[in-house]
Design a protein. Structure first.
Length: 459
């Protein structure tokens, strides 16, 4: 597809979605057959608007995890880390609330989100070089086990704090320095960085939250330093495409440059290692993997306080797309655009939700309230379908009275298989997991496993 036609098609999707979803700025980058193109719409922030473009810095959120995985694989290549080694081999004092899990958990469990403890643990322990070490120490009492080690996939930010600490111990450097030296510099990612004091010297986007009066700037910017290995990178669409080209087997890089990984290690990162229900079909070494017919789509995405992004690649086609947004509901736009690019440029179409029917009697097994934070997930049978609602806790509403206006709309689930469901566009997956007695014990939604805690209140 030529550049003019591609831009025209993107504009037809992006501009209406920006208005619908209150997203002030969007940048789309497409790499295909060795050529990169970037286009921007909108502004960096609504208070001091500056047009966005391919060199505007956005928080990329959890796509950072793939950088962490890339460094881990570099250390594997160098013989300094083994994926099958216990974490305790590198962190002898590592503790978790479940002492047996702390002894048995391996690096592989971390890179595949199969540790099983509470994953959405965030704790600001300061900006010192000891931030990652301190938060890992606090995990010893603050990340209770939710599912058995290695048995259930559940997205786990806290596991990446541990990976970040392993990188620090093995390299003898702060996490940020290690990533800069082992990934940013070899790939020439000159506008990819961590710290606010660096970001503020370049054109950068601020996140925005929805409100009845339109988008408002989200504060604070970024994440605590303790969470850096899980989501702390700021980057541009241009740099993201350069990163993508490397992970599509290192094309277009000078032969004399020492790249972060050998091609076989790049391929290893993209091999399915565990089912990744809720977000993808499988997980590799940090990459989320989706099947599209005979093709595999390799990707990730990020969500940081009003900045949402999508990043997808089809390595055999030399096709990659990154979509950076600065709106709270920008993930809907980002995934919509990314999937359109894959289909229109590469002929790669991700599967849509099924169309199976669900009886009222069968639906009863799944109805209930499932534990979550800051709100519980409520599933009930309404108007012929299971519907997912978000229910904020009273204490959360008291502390954050603005949140009820920011809740996502209820989502209708369509059955795709036994205990498996999908919802709308872009595709979202839900799975219900049964305990030993055969009854539903957990729901996996948004990639997180949530335990059932009661029946669903009637509407």
């Amino acid at each position: 597809m030529d550049a003019t036609k591609l831009r025209r098609g993107l504009r037809a999707i992006v501009e209406p979605a920006m208005r619908e979803l209150q997203v002030p700025g969007v940048v789309v980058g497409v790499s295909h057959e060795g050529r990169d193109r970037c286009w921007g719409w909108g502004v960096t922030n609504v208070e001091f608007p500056v047009p966005v473009d391919g060199d505007t810095l956005f928080m990329i959120g959890s796509t950072t995890k793939t950088f962490t995985g890339t460094v881990i694989m570099r250390l594997v290549e160098d013989g300094k880390v083994r994926l099958d080694a216990p974490v305790a081999e590198y962190l002898p004092r590592f503790r978790l609330p479940d002492r047996e899990v702390a002894k048995a958990v391996t690096v592989h469990h971390l890179v595949t989100h199969t540790g099983g403890w509470t994953g959405d643990y965030f704790d600001d322990v300061g900006r010192g070089n000891d931030a990652v070490a301190r938060v890992v120490t606090r995990m010893g009492t603050r990340t209770p086990q939710v599912t058995p080690l290695g048995e259930v996939w559940s997205y786990n930010n806290a596991g990446f704090y541990v990976l970040g600490r392993i990188i620090e111990v093995v390299t003898g450097k702060p996490y940020e320095d290690a990533v800069r030296e082992l990934v940013f510099e070899p790939l020439g990612l000159e506008r990819t960085m961590f710290f606010a004091e660096d970001v503020m010297t370049h054109k950068h986007a601020l996140g925005h939250l929805r409100s009845k009066d339109g988008p408002v700037v989200a504060r604070p910017w970024g994440l605590p330093r303790s969470a850096v290995a899980a989501g702390g990178i700021a980057s541009t669409a241009s740099d993201q495409l350069r990163y993508a080209r490397f992970h599509m087997n290192g094309c277009d890089f000078p032969e004399e440059r020492r790249l972060p990984l050998r091609p076989e290690s790049v391929a290893t990162m993209q091999e399915p290692r565990a089912e990744a229900g809720g977000l993808a079909d499988a997980v590799g070494v940090t990459w989320l993997l989706e099947r599209a017919g005979r093709r595999q789509v390799v990707g990730h995405g990020g969500s940081i306080n009003g900045q949402m992004s999508a990043f997808k690649m089809v390595p055999p086609l030399g096709l990659a797309v990154t979509v950076l947004t600065n709106g709270q509901w920008g993930a809907l736009l980002a995934n919509r655009v990314a999937e359109w690019v894959l289909a229109e440029v590469g002929g790669v179409r991700l599967a849509g939700p099924g169309r199976r029917r669900l009886s009222r009697r069968a639906a009863a097994a799944y109805e209930g309230r499932y534990r979550g934070d800051p709100g519980h997930i409520v599933v009930r049978f309404d108007d012929g379908a299971l519907v997912v609602h978000t229910e904020l806790k009273p204490e959360t509403i008291k502390e954050h009275p603005e949140l009820p206006d920011q809740l996502p709309a209820p989502v209708r689930l369509m059955p795709t298989g036994p205990d498996r469901f999908a919802a709308g566009e872009p595709l979202r997956r839900a799975e219900f997991l049964r305990g030993r007695d055969g009854t539903v014990e957990w729901m996996r939604w948004g990639g997180r496993v949530r335990r059932v805690i009661g029946g669903a209140p009637r509407s």
